[in-house]
Design a protein around this ligand. Structure first.
Ligand SMILES: Nc1ncnc2c1ncn2[C@@H]1O[C@H](COP(=O)(O)OP(=O)(O)OP(=O)(O)O)[C@@H](O)[C@H]1O
Length: 278
């Protein structure tokens, strides 16, 4: 095993990331389980999921389609209820959506009749958000626009933006809420390769400036290796294996150092899915 990562089988036990001693994880998920009931069947979304994410940690969730990644994120975001198990944010039990938990989806979901600034303001005016004064609202909006590099586009409408710009607005809308925990569900997967690289760099920049805690779903192993401090591999609705990556960021120039872990992830995925990914 290389010195830049460590791998372990989680087997449903709590994963502590970089936590030490009595540190409270920012996010703690304990024995979470969800079934979807359809007219014909009961489908497992995810089963017996336990994980911790430490303050400032970036954890990436990888896994084959249908293993439950998006459902897990939606449950943590409070967008849907799990059937069993508990979710804690800094020790407080979460049972519905929380202003300190922000989520960005693959689709930017911008409101077409609102301009960039108004779309960002919309996220700040949701009923679960603390009330802001007008100057506070203006500050939050301009700060978020600057964070994603969209100064000058405040009055543009969604149809006037490229896909990458629209996703920047979506990110700004969530960042403006100053969430403690950022949940990202394949945020860049609909973008072309170059825009995707730009957005990955932007995310890395925001993470390092704000010390944001992130739980990110991605299909892209290279993306997980680029931004993650830990990579969790989900299979058959469980967390199957995890890797800690200690290689310093940015890692773009050091892709060769990560090839070993990339190989391990593909090997593990091939074994657990019974399909050749190598
Ligand atoms: N609203 C729903 N009703 C019924 N079953 C659902 C629903 N949403 C998801 N499922 C099922 O739950 C399981 C997990 O789905 P989920 O979308 O969470 O997986 P995923 O790992 O995010 O997949 P992908 O990577 O393709 O987005 C799948 O079997 C899926 O068919």
């Amino acid at each position: 095993m290389s010195n830049i990562f460590t791998a372990s089988l989680s087997n449903g036990t709590l994963s502590n990331g970089n936590l030490t001693g009595s540190d409270l994880p920012l996010l703690s998920v304990q024995n979470l389980h969800k079934q979807y009931q359809t007219r014909r069947a009961s489908l497992t979304a995810f089963a017996d999921i336990s994980l911790n994410v430490g303050l400032g940690e970036v954890v990436c969730l990888l896994g084959a389609s249908g293993c439950g990644k998006s459902s897990l994120l939606a449950a943590i975001a409070g967008l849907q209820q799990a059937d069993r198990g508990e979710i804690y944010l800094q020790g407080d039990r979460l049972q519905s959506s929380h202003p300190q938990v922000g989520m960005v989806f693959q689709d930017p979901c911008l409101l077409p009749w609102l301009n960039v600034a108004q779309n960002i303001a919309f996220g700040l005016k949701l009923k679960q958000m603390p009330k802001l004064t007008k100057p506070e609202l203006r500050n939050r909006i301009s700060e978020a626009i600057a964070q994603v590099g969209l100064q000058g586009f405040e009055r543009s409408y969604p149809h006037q933006l490229s896909g990458g710009m629209a996703q920047r607005v979506s990110l700004a809308r969530t960042l403006a809420r100053r969430p403690q925990l950022l949940l990202l569900d394949e945020p860049f997967s609909a973008l072309d390769a170059i825009t995707r690289l730009d957005m990955q760099n932007l995310l890395l920049q925001i993470i390092s400036q704000q010390q944001t805690t992130v739980l990110m779903v991605t299909h892209d192993i290279d993306e997980a290796l680029l931004v993650g401090d830990r990579v969790l591999l989900m299979a058959h609705h469980h967390i199957h294996q995890e890797w800690s990556i200690t290689q310093p960021k940015p890692r773009v120039q050091q892709a060769h150092l990560l090839s070993e872990i990339r190989f391990e992830i593909l090997e593990s995925l091939s074994t657990v899915m019974g399909s050749p990914y190598l």
